[in-house]
Design a protein around this ligand. Structure first.
Ligand code: NAD
Length: 481
C-alpha cells in the first residue's frame, strides 16, 4: 500500500522557518476535490508574541534604512516572485481552485505591484520646510508606524498579501502578517523564498484562524496599525477591538458592485465583459460585477446576452486542463451559504434565468447563476454573496439608476455603461463607490488607489495613497536662536 505524503509548510519568524509554538497543525484543502493538500501550523497567542518579538528586534534597523535600500529589497522580492511564478501559481490553483490562466495572470501583476512600491519608496514627501513661527524653522517628517499587523482573506491569497506587505515595507515598517486559514500556502512559500533577501524579522508570517491569531494581532499593544482585507463583519469586530489600544485600522472590506446599463450601451460588450467580471475567481472578488441595473429599453436583450455568456462558461476542476474557465468556491460552507441565498430568493419569487445549483458531486461548485425579478430591498440585492451569482433588475427609467446603485451598505466599486460622456461624468460624480469604471468592469492599476466607502471600509490599497496610509506625520520645530 502506498501512502502519499502531505507537504508541511512552516511560519516565517525572525528569518527562520518555524513550527507553531504549541506544535498544532491545520489541514488545508483543495476546494475542487475536498482533498487535503497541505498542513500548516495552527497558531495562537504565543505565536503572535514570538512574531512581535522578532519584529521588535528588526524595527529600528529597518526604520533607519534609506529609501534606496528598501527599493532594492522590494525589487529583489519582485525578482524572487518572477523566478518562482509557476510554482506559486500552482499552489494558488490547488488551494483556491483557480483556473490555470487566472493564477498565471496574477503572478506578473504581483511583481509589478512590488516594483511600483519599490519606486514609490523614494517619493515620500512632506510640506515645505519653512519659518512659520517668528524665530523658528518647522518641517514635516513622514515616518513609518513601526510594527504593523496585516490580516489577509482567502480569495487572492498571495496578491492580497503583496498589497499589504509592499507599501508597509516601502514606508519602512516591519510586518506581522496572518494569511487566511483556508488559503495560507502560497503566502507561506513566498515568505520562505523572500527570507533569502529580507533582513530577519522584517516580514513575519503566522498562520491560524481569526480568534486564534487574528484577534491577538489586533489586541497587541506594540502593533501600531492593523490592516484587514476581509468581510464587513470581521472589519467591524477588528475596529471595535482596536479601539482598546487606539491603534489605527485599515479596512478593505466587502462589496456589491452595481453595473448600471443605460439605453445607448453596447449590450453585447456588457455581457462579454461581465462573463469575466462577474465570474472571475467564481465571483469571489470584492469588486465582482454582481448587481446589474438595466433601463427598460435594453433589459430583455441584456438578460438574454448575460444568460448566454454565463451558461457558456466551462466550469470544472482546474486540474482538468486549460479549458476550465471557472473553478469551485472556496469551501463547503461557502457553497452552502451561496445556495442558501438562492433558495431564499427563489422562494420569494426570484426567477433563475440560468444556473442555481451545485453542479457537481465532488468539490465545492456552484454553477454560474443569473437571477431576475428581485426587489431592491431583497437579500440577494442588498448582501454580498461572494459567489458566481448576478442579479439583474429592470429600472423604471434612467432616473432611478443612481438611487438604486447607491442604495446598498457597500461602496467599493461600480461600473456605468453608456456612450454619452456627460451621462458617464455625472454618474462618476454621483456614485458612492471608491472606483467607478465606464464601459468596463474590473481592471485595476498599481498606480491608482483601491478602497471603499461606507461599509466597504476605509484606507487605500495600491498607489501612493497606500504608502501614505502606512506612515505617520511628525512636526519638527527648531528655535533658531
Ligand atoms: P473574513 O472576514 O472571514 O476573513 C478575513 C481574515 O480575517 C481571515 O484571515 C480571518 O482569519 C481573519 N479574521 C476573522 N475574524 C477575525 C477576528 N475577529 N480578528 C482578527 N482576524 C479575524 O473574510 P474572507 O471570507 O476571508 O474574505 C472574503 C471577504 O473579503 C469578502 O467580504 C470580500 O469582499 C472581502 N475582500 C475585500 C477586498 C477589498 O479589497 N476590499 C479584497 C478581497 C476580499
Amino acid at each position: 500500500m502506498s501512502t502519499v505524503s502531505i507537504p508541511e509548510f512552516k511560519n516565517l519568524v525572525g528569518g527562520e522557518l518555524v513550527e507553531g509554538v504549541e506544535g498544532a497543525t491545520r489541514e488545508v484543502l483543495n476546494p475542487a476535490t475536498g482533498e487535503v493538500i497541505a498542513r500548516v501550523p495552527e497558531g495562537g497567542a504565543a505565536d503572535v508574541e514570538r512574531a512581535v518579538a522578532a519584529a521588535r528586534e528588526a524595527r529600528i534597523g529597518f526604520r533607519d534604512t534609506i529609501p534606496a535600500k528598501r527599493q532594492e529589497l522590494l525589487l529583489a522580492m519582485a525578482d524572487v516572485l518572477d523566478a518562482h511564478a509557476e510554482e506559486l501559481a500552482a499552489l494558488e490553483i490547488a488551494n483556491v481552485g483557480k483556473p490555470n490562466s487566472l493564477a498565471a495572470e496574477e503572478m506578473p501583476i504581483c511583481s509589478d505591484e512590488l516594483r511600483f512600491f519599490a519606486g514609490a519608496a523614494r517619493t515620500m514627501q512632506g510640506q515645505a520646510t519653512g519659518e512659520y513661527g517668528e524665530g523658528y524653522t518647522s518641517f514635516v517628517r513622514r515616518e513609518p508606524l513601526g510594527i504593523v499587523g496585516q490580516i489577509a482573506p482567502w480569495n487572492y491569497p498571495l496578491m492580497m498579501a503583496i498589497w499589504k506587505i509592499a507599501p508597509a515595507l516601502a514606508a519602512g515598517n516591519v510586518v506581522v502578517l496572518k494569511p487566511s486559514e483556508l488559503t495560507p500556502i502560497s503566502t507561506l512559500r513566498y515568505a520562505e523564498l523572500v527570507a533569502e533577501v529580507l533582513p530577519p524579522g522584517v516580514l513575519n508570517v503566522v498562520t491560524g484562524d481569526g480568534p486564534g491569531v487574528g484577534q491577538h494581532i489586533v489586541e497587541h499593544p506594540e502593533i501600531s496599525l492593523v490592516s484587514l482585507t476581509g468581510s464587513v463583519g470581521t472589519g467591524k469586530n477588528i475596529a471595535r477591538t482596536a479601539a482598546d489600544t487606539l491603534k489605527r485600522v485599515h479596512l478593505e472590506l466587502g462589496g456589491k458592485a452595481p453595473v448600471v446599463v443605460f439605453a445607448d450601451a453596447d449590450v453585447k460588450a456588457v455581457a462579454e465583459s461581465l462573463r469575466v467580471a462577474s465570474f472571475l475567481n467564481s465571483g469571489q472578488d470584492c469588486t465582482a460585477a454582481s448587481r446589474v441595473l438595466a433601463v427598460p429599453e435594453i433589459y430583455d436583450a441584456l438578460v438574454e446576452e448575460l444568460a448566454a455568456a454565463a451558461s457558456s462558461l466551462v466550469v470544472g476542476d482546474p486540474a482538468e486542463g486549460e479549458q476550465v474557465e471557472m473553478g469551485p468556491v472556496i469551501s463547503a460552507r461557502q457553497q452552502e451559504r451561496i445556495l442558501g441565498f438562492l433558495d431564499r430568493a427563489t422562494s420569494s419569487g426570484a426567477e433563475l434565468v440560468t444556473g442555481g445549483s451545485a453542479g457537481r458531486d465532488a468539490g465545492f461548485f456552484v454553477d454560474p447563476t443569473i437571477i431576475t425579478n428581485v426587489g431592491q430591498k431583497s437579500e440577494v440585492v442588498q448582501s454580498e454573496i461572494f459567489g458566481p451569482v448576478v442579479t439583474v433588475q429592470r429600472l423604471d427609467s434612467a432616473d432611478q439608476a443612481i438611487e438604486y446603485a447607491n442604495d446598498v451598505p457597500y461602496g467599493l466599486a461600480a461600473s456605468v455603461w453608456t456612450r454619452d460622456v456627460a451621462q458617464a461624468m455625472n454618474a462618476i460624480r454621483q456614485l458612492d463607490f471608491g472606483c467607478v469604471w465606464v464601459n468596463d468592469h474590473l481592471p485595476f492599476l498599481s498606480e491608482m488607489p483601491h478602497g471603499g466607502f461606507k461599509e466597504s471600509g476605509y484606507g487605500k490599497d495600491l498607489s501612493i495613497y497606500a504608502l501614505e496610509d502606512y506612515t505617520r506625520i511628525k512636526h519638527g520645530m527648531i528655535k533658531l536662536s
